[in-house]
Design a protein around this ligand. Structure first.
Ligand code: GLN
Length: 196
């Protein structure tokens, strides 16, 4: 793979786990992103799992909410896991500040509390035909989808991943597994976008 720099938004959450996964991919330089100069350096960005209200607050405090939204709308590949998915959602049931760039609505903590966390295996359309290990921790699900977004994974009847142009959102956490399938797929998207 040709060299790419992939950022992980690094205020809070599963930052280290994403950095570790990315550092196992040939051609990928992972980078922590907290500030505007760092955001400008990366070719793609992961929004980690964590607490979406906290991450959104810090995006506003660091002045990154608007520049990040703009970079996404300009085509930078972005992938949000769990809290990251919530930040990307066009609508959150029970409104809170977020990026709002994808055409779906999410329900936070849809599966219940921390104790209701679980693992499942399912294929992800366009990313992996073989079932992938999916880890759900106080996860959201996608409650409804608009015309622009496409649901690419379902678990127990609920939509748990969606794509739209340069954007990917997953309710689950591939960064908590040893399976690099989704990270590898995302890195390829970043490469294609950088060298197109
Ligand atoms: N429940 C968290 C939120 O609403 C998300 C949990 C996670 O990222 N694992 O932001």
């Amino acid at each position: 793979m040709r060299p790419v720099t992939i950022g992980v938004l690094s205020y809070q959450g599963t930052v280290i786990e994403h950095i570790k996964a990315l550092s196992q991919l040939e051609g990928v330089t992972p980078m922590e992103v907290k500030t505007l100069p760092a955001l400008q350096e990366v070719d793609g960005l992961i929004l980690p799992g964590g607490e979406s209200t906290t991450i959104a607050k810090l995006l506003n405090i660091f002045g990154l909410m608007e520049p990040l939204r703009q970079r996404i709308l300009d085509g930078m590949p972005v992938w949000g896991t769990c809290a990251g998915e919530i930040l990307l959602a066009g609508e959150i049931l029970g409104e809170q500040p977020h990026l709002g760039v994808m055409d779906f609505a999410v329900r936070r903590n849809a599966y219940g509390r921390q104790i209701d966390s679980f693992t499942q295996y399912a294929p992800i359309q366009g990313i992996s035909e073989t079932p992938v290990e999916l880890v759900f921790i106080r996860a959201p699900w996608i409650e409804s989808v608009g015309e622009k977004a496409q649901v690419i994974c379902r678990v127990n009847g609920h939509a748990v991943a969606a794509r739209q142009d340069n954007m990917l959102a997953t309710s689950f956490h591939p960064e908590f597994t040893r399976d690099l399938t989704v990270h590898r797929w995302f890195a390829q998207q970043v490469e294609q976008h950088k060298y197109q």
